[in-house]
Ligand binder design. Sequence first.
Ligand SMILES: [Zn+2]
Length: 179
Amino acid sequence: MVIKNKSKIYIIDTSAILSGIPINFNDTLMVTTSSIEMELKPGGRDYRTFQFLREKGLSLLSPSKKSKEKVNSISIKTGDIDRLSNVDIDVLALALDINLNDQKKAIILSDDYSMQNVADTLNITFENIGQPKITKRFKWGCRCLGCRKKFNENIKICPICGTATRNIISNREDIKKRK
Ligand SMILES: [Zn+2]
C-alpha cells in the first residue's frame, strides 16, 4: 500500500517561542493556539517574537472541547497534568484535531518534557528545539516522604501515614520509533 505524504503542520508551544531561535517557515505551515497570547507579556521580548512569527504566517487556532478533554484525561493518567499549562493542553488538543484529518500530520515543536511525554502517549509526533528529546516515555508517581511508600497515582498526602509526598518517575518505557 502506498501512503501519500501527508502535509505537515507544525504546532509551536510557549517554549518554542521563548527559545527565540529563528524558525524556518519555508514550505511549512505553522500554527499555535489562540490562548498562547495570554502566556506572553505584551510589549516584552517574547511578545515581539510572537508578533514577528504572526507576521511570518503563524496562524492561531482553537482546539475542540472533545480533544481537550482527551488530553486532560490522558495527562491525569501519566501524571503530567500538574505540569501542563492551559496553553500546553490546547497545543496537544490541537494536534489531535489536526491528526483527525488523514491528509494532515501534526508535529509539536516543544522542549517541554511533560508535553513530549503526553504527546508520545497520544501518538502525536513531536520535535524538540534546543534540548535533547526524551528517549523514554515516563509516568509520574509519588513517594511518601514519611513511610517511603510509592504510589503510581499522583497523590499529595500519603493515605497511610498522612505525610506529604514528592513526585518521582514511577515507570519508564522506550519511545517507539515512528514514521
Ligand atoms: Zn506515608
